[in-house]
Design a protein around this ligand. Structure first.
Ligand SMILES: [Zn+2]
Length: 328
């Protein structure tokens, strides 16, 4: 709803209230633009999709804020209360929320629970490195794979609130167009990184879909889950790769400890090869809420722009829309 229309409604209902009060009729003021449904989302990325699609019809709460690691997250007592109160719970699935899965599957027997990450077609999923018959859950790293998730969010909202279906369809349409533009920006900018520099070394393996989509070799110190241990051997292998390929930048992640990345830089330095931190990437959580980086579009714009610039490519410092925080 536009703010003009909202204000108009507000003043209309205010005058109706005044009229009712004058007549001595006791009646509650009608709720103005009150959300029709309440949603709890596990990750901040899914919460953003629900806000983009749902607009003012939907009140969204995210269980995991900035810097929170979904692989290790366990539900708190207030999370459980929020999930039981909500009209629906949207979670990722694909074993991202490993510690929440049992609870969510159980909740799904009694409540409306949607694993929206599972909407990505199986043939586009990458196999998990450690578990047979499981997939790498980090699909948001490829904007073209995030689109089916947005559609799944639209379908979930329409199912629990059929009156809003038209509005959800329009919200999804608008957001898909933004994601389309983001994908084009990512492809164009990342293509400017010299081929021998297209190596992305990160704290954990969150960027396989990114690498697949944009033609980068991705080397994570830890595996797909942050719960796996990074061995000394893995650090040595990566130091080797950095030295041999002449890679000069590695990345830290907002939701993962940077201790291992430091070990890598020290290892390379011991062999006379200088490596710097190319920036902090958002892997499994977005930036602070209320900021551009606290949206899905801003998160990926930040990553794409940081990676491009750190590895010798060409991208504007403020990113696709000129909205990235300075020095981000
Ligand atoms: Zn992860």
């Amino acid at each position: 709803m536009t703010s003009t229309r909202r204000n108009l409604l507000k003043s209309l209902s205010a005058s109706a209230f005044v009229a009712a009060a004058t007549l001595g009729i006791s009646q509650p003021m009608p709720a103005v633009a009150a959300p029709a449904v309440t949603i709890v989302a596990t990750t901040s990325m899914i919460a953003d999709a629900a806000r983009q699609v749902g607009g003012e019809r939907v009140a969204v709460t995210a269980l995991m804020g900035p810097g929170v690691d979904p692989h290790a997250y366990r539900q708190t007592r207030s999370d459980i209360a929020a999930m039981l109160r909500a009209d629906a719970v949207l979670w990722h699935g694909l074993y991202l929320e490993a510690q929440l899965e049992e609870f969510l599957l159980d909740l799904g027997k009694r409540r409306r629970v949607f694993a929206v990450g599972e909407a990505v077609p199986r043939n586009r999923l990458i196999a998990h490195d450690t578990y047979a018959n499981r997939f790498d859950p980090h699909i948001w790293m490829d904007p073209s794979l995030w689109q089916p998730v947005v559609l799944a969010v639209r379908d979930a909202l329409s199912e629990i609130d059929p009156d809003g279906a038209k509005s959800y369809a329009a919200g999804a349409e608008r957001h898909l167009t933004e994601i389309e533009a983001l994908n084009a920006y990512a492809a164009n900018r990342l293509a400017t990184v010299p081929p021998d520099q297209r190596v992305l070394v990160t704290a954990h393996d969150a960027f396989n879909y990114f690498g697949h989509a944009f033609d980068f070799d991705v080397l994570g110190i830890q595996g797909i889950s942050t719960e796996s241990e990074a061995g000394l051997r893995r650090i040595e292998e990566l130091v080797d790769a950095l030295v041999t390929r002449g890679v000069t930048a590695v990345f830290v992640e907002s939701s993962v400890s940077e201790r291992n990345v430091r070990a890598l830089i020290e290892g390379a330095a011991a062999r006379g090869h200088a490596v710097t931190i190319g920036g902090e990437l958002f892997s499994d959580a977005m930036g602070r809420s209320g900021t551009y980086e606290g949206t899905y579009i801003g998160m990926i714009d930040h990553n794409v722009t940081s990676i491009t610039r750190a590895l010798g490519g060409d991208a504007p410092a403020q990113g696709m829309l000129g909205r990235l925080a300075a020095g981000s």
